[in-house]
Design a protein around this ligand. Structure first.
Ligand code: CA
Length: 226
């Protein structure tokens, strides 16, 4: 039986979620703060963690960092704030998904099942991943192709790291601008397009059968991987 660790200081939310997940066939453990969560995590490593961002003492992001430093266990962040910065901080910090509060238990269950079906993108003790001959190391902030480091400007590298963190997902220009350029760059979609163009050039020896950066007309970009 798969165990879900719920880290949530709001008793009512934790109780409802716990009951719902148990009904769906999961074993559930609960913690109301950071230290309790780590204790529970170490005592019996769960299959997945539902992690609230706003916790007393230690916040969810710090806890996520600690978990990620030693485990590839999937983590879904529960965030009350709906700012894109928070969600990106979570995903960038090693979360597998996020759910904005208020949520319905059905949504949580659907996300939990989806994340559990995915192969983990994290390696224990670090954040590195192979996409065929392309090797992305978030920890070291570098990208290698056939074993050779790809030389990129910090901004282009950030764009690639962002796309590589969510392979086969659509990333909008707005998301990239928010994350990489860290501000609302009204009318500077061109900056993103140029960065993508340079990245394609830098990755020109990456076989198209393994993956490529795709343009989704009118929507954004995607790191498609086979
Ligand atoms: Ca909370």
């Amino acid at each position: 039986m798969k165990t879900i660790l719920i880290v949530e200081d709001e008793e009512a939310i934790a109780r409802v979620l716990g009951a719902y997940l148990r009904k769906a066939g999961f074993a559930v453990t609960r913690a109301a703060d950071g230290p309790g969560a780590l204790e529970s995590f170490d005592a019996s490593p769960p299959s997945l963690v539902l992690l609230d961002v706003m916790l007393p003492g230690l916040d969810g992001f710090e806890l996520l960092e600690t978990i990620r430093s030693k485990s590839s266990c999937p983590v879904i962040m529960l965030t009350a704030r709906d700012g894109i910065k928070d969600r990106l901080a979570g995903l960038n910090g090693g979360a597998d998904d996020y759910i904005a509060k208020p949520f319905v238990p059905e949504e949580v269950l659907a996300r939990v099942n989806a994340v559990l079906r995915r192969p983990s993108q994290w390696t224990d003790g670090g954040r590195r991943r192979h996409f065929g001959s392309l090797f992305v190391d978030w920890e070291a902030h570098s990208v290698f192709l056939n074993g050779a480091e790809v030389s990129l400007s910090p901004r282009d590298l950030s764009v690639l790291l962002f796309l590589a963190e969510r392979p086969n997902q659509i990333c909008t220009r707005e998301q990239l601008l928010e994350y990489v350029w860290e501000m609302d760059y009204e009318g500077s979609d061109r900056a993103v397009d140029l960065s993508i163009k340079r990245l394609r050039q830098a990755l020109s020896h990456w076989p198209a059968t393994e993956g490529e950066i795709r343009t989704l007309r009118g929507t954004g970009y995607q790191l498609w991987v086979n």
